[in-house]
Design a protein around this ligand. Sequence first.
Ligand code: XMP
Ligand code: MG
Length: 179
Amino acid sequence: MHQDVERILLTEEEVAGTIQKLADRLNADYQDKEVLCVCVLKGSVIVYSDLVRKFTFPVTFDFLIASSYESSSVSSHILKIKKDLETDIKGKHVLIIEDIIDTGHTLFHLKNELLKREPASLKICTLLDKPSRREDPMEADYVGAVIPNEFVVGCGLDYDGRYRQFPYVGVLKRECYEK
Ligand code: XMP
Ligand code: MG
């Protein structure tokens, strides 16, 4: 375990088991449908590549970069799409693959934006869910593991760009982000 990690929430084996269970559910639900799998960069890249390799239904790939920020003028959050999808999703089955849902701001606004483009279906799959932090009404259709309100790293999740490569999900020591 890395010295900046306080404890491990999900071991490498538990992450693999969680991914397999998600894939089993998605394989049963999608069957022969072709699905555009959307990776929300950068955090989701590990979960995305682990998951898509387990899919037995036909898939295509696309990627986006999005974040949300608080706007005082409209007293709510605004979505910023830094890199949009290259695919026209109209009439397509779309699956957004995420690393974590926290306040729900990013996905709430992203989902509304993508629904305007009239996909045949739009579902959300996340490895981790922190429901205790939710501020927007956002529930994923597929949740790998519910975690407590702690700042976690690994499996794509970072602090200041670091720790993404850890094969486990670990709680970051407070002293690493409260300096
Ligand atoms: P929400 O749901 O709050 O999520 O819009 C926005 C983004 O916040 C990041 N996030 C985390 N990153 N450890 C991280 O490394 C965490 O515990 C954590 N909680 C939220 C993540 O990028 C998410 O997409
Ligand atoms: Mg993310």
